[in-house]
Write a protein of this length. Structure first.
Length: 290
């Protein structure tokens, strides 16, 4: 059955129908999904009742899966696969727990999964299993390509040669997790990326800013951080943002290279469960290592 595409936002995001992702993907289908992500940056698949094994199998068709902050913090989770991120507020017994809630506070800030690590993340695949009733808990996505396109030419000239340091642990430290042991800290070192990059799939330029951008290399710390804040404020204006209201069975796939996202607040006393896998980049563009 052929894909059916339906735009969910004027600038990016598309709902993709006509496929059952529980079944093994043919190479042609993987290529079609990759092409669609290059174009729309965020794909929404509805009514996908995936097991954890099926989610992991789907992710692996697009590249090796990464561990994220599990590189620094080894902990026993309630899920089967180490590569599966448990985006929930429940413990191993199925009870809502404050510890899980506090540990996921960084998700409430604008960020990109795995883009502050080496190798960086390419895609995220987030699957909704349990959605509490009522409002809240949506995920917002911002298109950094559209944000760059809308910048004045003077700003584009000002930032085109700048490089930025990204620290995967910055958001956690900002929110109070300051006691990182030296061994854990060395497991995820800061990286430097160009502020303006070119997407390898679409050829479009984008401005890469997020909460883990800590400083502009070679610029006064304060001046650099003010610039980064201004750029992030620009990139997250309403016209560049799509808000996804989750339903059980939704699978959202997005490109971490040009999309940032954040989760919105919800009733923390109600069970909520999502699962995520991330693919890693297998080929780093030359501009990233300059």
């Amino acid at each position: 059955m052929a894909f059916r595409f339906k735009r969910l936002h004027p600038l990016f995001v598309c709902e993709a129908g006509g496929i059952d992702l529980r079944r093994p993907l043919e190479t042609k289908t993987v290529q079609e999904i990759t092409t669609a992500v290059d174009r729309y940056a965020v794909l929404v698949f509805r009514h996908q009742k995936l097991s954890e094994d099926q989610l992991v199998a789907f992710g692996r068709r697009f590249g090796p899966l990464g561990l994220g902050v599990k590189k620094a913090v080894k902990f026993r989770g309630r899920l089967k696969h180490e590569e599966t991120a448990d985006i929930s507020n429940i413990d191993e017994t199925g009870k809502v727990t404050a510890e899980k809630i506090i540990g996921q506070l960084p998700n409430r800030l604008w960020h990109a999964d795995g883009q502050s690590q080496m190798p960086p993340s390419r895609y995220s695949m987030l699957h909704s299993v349990v959605v509490p009733p009522g409002k809240g808990g949506e995920t917002e996505f911002a298109d950094l390509r559209a944000a760059y396109d809308a910048m004045p030419a003077t700003i584009k000239r000002e930032i085109k040669e700048l490089r930025v340091e990204h620290d995967a642990l910055h958001a956690r430290i900002y929110l109070g997790e300051t006691n990182w042991a030296a061994a854990r800290r060395k497991a995820i070192l800061p990286v430097q990326w160009p502020l303006v990059r070119t997407h390898p799939g679409s050829g479009r330029k984008f401005v890469f800013v997020a909460v883990h951008a800590t400083q502009v290399v070679g610029m006064h710390l304060g001046l650099g951080r003010v610039l980064l804040d201004e750029l992030l404020e620009h990139a997250t204006q309403r016209e560049f943002v799509y808000r996804h209201r989750w339903k059980a069975g939704d699978l959202v796939v997005w490109d971490n290279r040009c999309i940032i996202h954040r989760g919105l607040r919800y009733d923390l006393g109600r069970r909520r469960e999502l699962r995520r896998v991330n693919t890693e980049e297998t080929s780093i563009p030359a501009e990233m290592s300059a």
